[in-house]
Design a protein around this ligand. Sequence first.
Ligand SMILES: *[C@@H]1O[C@H](CO)[C@@H](O)[C@H](O)[C@H]1NC(C)=O
Ligand SMILES: *[C@@H]1O[C@H](CO)[C@@H](O)[C@H](O)[C@H]1NC(C)=O
Length: 494
Amino acid sequence: MGYPGRAQGGWMLLVWVAAVSLLFAEGRRVRPPRCPVGCTCTKDNALCENVRSVPHTFPSDVVSLGGCTSLIFLILLDKSPFHSFRSFVKSGFNEIVGASFVHTPALQLLLFTANTLDFIDEDAFLGLPHLEYLFIENNRIASISPYAFRGLKSLIHLSLAYNNLETLPKDVFKGMEALTKVDLRGNNLICDCKLKWLVEWIHQTNATLDQIYCSGPPIYQGKKINDLLPHSFDCMTAEFASYQSLKFESISVGAFTFGDDQYIQDIDILKIRKPNDIETFMIDGESFFVIADSSKAGSTTVYKWNGNGFYSHQSLHPWFRDTDVEHLEIGNKPHLILSSSSQRPVVYQWNRSQKLFERRTDIPDMEDVFSVKHFKVKGELFICLTRFIGDSKVMRWDGAMFKEVQTFPSRGSMVFQPVSIGNWQYAILGSDYSLTQVYQWDTERGQFVPSQELNIQAPRAFSMVSIDNRVFLLASSFKGKTQIYEHLLIDLSN
Ligand SMILES: *[C@@H]1O[C@H](CO)[C@@H](O)[C@H](O)[C@H]1NC(C)=O
Ligand SMILES: *[C@@H]1O[C@H](CO)[C@@H](O)[C@H](O)[C@H]1NC(C)=O
């Protein structure tokens, strides 16, 4: 069967109602159906002009014949010089409203072929438990209620071919257990997360679908929807949602466990005036910690646990006003990166035989780095370097040195913190003069992309804590309230 072209539709509405396959019980008297106003009826069909809705009187008469098992509503727009498109739309018959067919419960087949239907309402086919064939073809259907087909338990064949559908509401075919054939050809389906459910449905249903193609987005344009795999849709996204404010200022924040309870520890700004950095780590089963010393003649110092207490083990890098020290492993060997306000960051490597850190290299073109934090993506080592004014940077270890990957304008930044949550990798760049920027790692690009802004007064530290399968981001604030955000996953296909 060919589909009449959309453009040729004229502007006179003809409702062609044909009763086919009338099976009359032997000996029963055939009573012709009462013909609705505006229609011309013969024994098996009716032709209606200018009706503004589905006629109610006619079908109930047909059904009352008892033997009628199917009806075809062939709704056609014919060419007519007397009716403009606009006046037709105003007539109101551009949607199938709810419960249009409650008077015809015996219907087994419905066919709409028109040029103007654009919406199918909730419960449009309510009260049709025997309907097996539903054709809504060659219309302008652009939108369907998620409950449009509710109650169609016996429907075998559904066609929405040649409409303007860009998407279909999730689970619109739910409960239609008898479906064996669905025709969605000739629409403009956009294969994005909203349509992921359809791809899943195609994979698990027993019904067959005619071959259909994606009209977008660009990466899927022209691809066969039937060939797409549900897991090729990346529909999970995440955000930090404000959860709680604590009524105090802080320069550092961390979480610790005591018994079965989680606590959050803030280091109050009244107790520590100068933010100095402490790192603890183990080497070959021995415990160490290191303190960066930002005073003028001070030396960053490594301390070692000797069984009774921590004792000074090695002095590193005197006179350089170190602002931060980061412990990390490069090629499975312990390293320290010291950043200072007077020179470029320096990388130290642990010498196993001497049991001392030795200067290995420095990080070029990066004077006045406030802090260095490391993270790993797929086994590759990266560092975030914070600068107060200028550019903060992300660098990657190439086997011999750190090389720049990306630059981030910094305006009063004292923290650039990498944060890993499951498969999500973030870098959070605080600012004293504007909003904190959250960047998310884009695996395909191998770079961070902006993902969110957070309003925190003078942030100084970020840290993660997991409680009962929920993940929280703690944000210390030097001037305002310490903020707690919850990391929430959002499924765009829902
Ligand atoms: C598909 O058909 C099989 C065999 O008749 C049946 O067991 C299964 O439940 C059907 N699946 C769906 C989703 O209807
Ligand atoms: C460790 O120090 C020893 C003695 O100074 C030196 O011979 C050796 O090359 C150093 N090892 C490394 C890996 O630098």
